[in-house]
Ligand binder design. Structure first.
Ligand SMILES: [Zn+2]
Length: 224
């Protein structure tokens, strides 16, 4: 079971900016929490970029294609892109998961449904459901591919939540639980929420780095 995690935006493309907060400052930590959760559950998971640098296969200016290529080369079973939303009406709020037109009515839609339901249930956010759009990373990946719009940064209340590491963890764990449920992998909660006496499961960080290195070698990618 292999998951490719895509933290939306990097470098000059910081995504939306609301109340001084950049979308990319949200997508990076939530993706790390998500990776840590998946690896803890025994799922191989790697990120499509470094914190401040994209990976490249030599096609500068085609950064989104590189992200999709990374997922294709690592032969992922699932691609999950993390983003947050922005809208002119500051009251807009809630979480949605997007799939491409070709995935309508497929198993990908089932996975998207599970993820959006799990995040909404865990955080109490408005459930905006599964939505359809032909985003480049969804169309160019050749596995189940979903894009999470995890909340509206243009909504002052939701913006504050999205910047809170505890809230990011809640979203990441919910998404990981949904992925585990769909792929019939046993979900292992974080060590601190396990009852006393439960054996501690390795240090997640080491395993996360190992997973990342493994896929960097497998895909032959380069940081630019
Ligand atoms: Zn975005």
């Amino acid at each position: 079971m292999i998951v490719c995690i895509d933290p939306g935006h990097v470098g000059f493309d910081s995504g939306n900016v609301n109340s001084g907060r950049k979308e990319t400052d949200y997508t990076w930590p939530v993706s790390l929490f998500f990776q840590e959760a998946l690896v803890r559950c025994g799922i191989q998971a790697a990120l499509t970029r470094d914190k401040n640098k994209p990976y490249s296969f030599g096609s500068l200016g085609e950064e989104l294609s590189d992200r999709a290529n990374f997922a294709n080369r690592m032969q992922a079973d699932l691609f999950v892109s993390w983003h947050n939303d922005s809208f002119t009406n500051p009251e807009a709020n809630g979480v949605a998961v997007w799939i491409c037109n070709a995935a309508r009515g497929t198993e990908t839609q089932e996975i998207a449904r599970k993820i959006v339901d799990a995040i909404s249930a865990a955080t109490g956010q408005t459930n905006r459901g599964v939505r359809i759009a032909d985003y480049a990373v969804l169309v160019q990946t050749n596995m189940h591919a979903v894009l999470i719009e995890a909340g509206f940064a243009s909504n002052p209340e939701e913006n504050k939540k999205l910047a809170d590491p505890e809230f990011q963890k809640m979203q990441a764990e919910a998404a990981a639980r949904a992925v585990c449920e769909y792929f019939r992998v046993t979900y292992i909660p974080p060590a601190e929420s396990q009852p006393a006496g439960t054996p501690i499961i390795g240090t997640a960080q080491a395993t996360v780095e190992q997973a990342q290195t493994f896929f960097e070698k497998k895909t032959g990618l380069k940081l630019v």
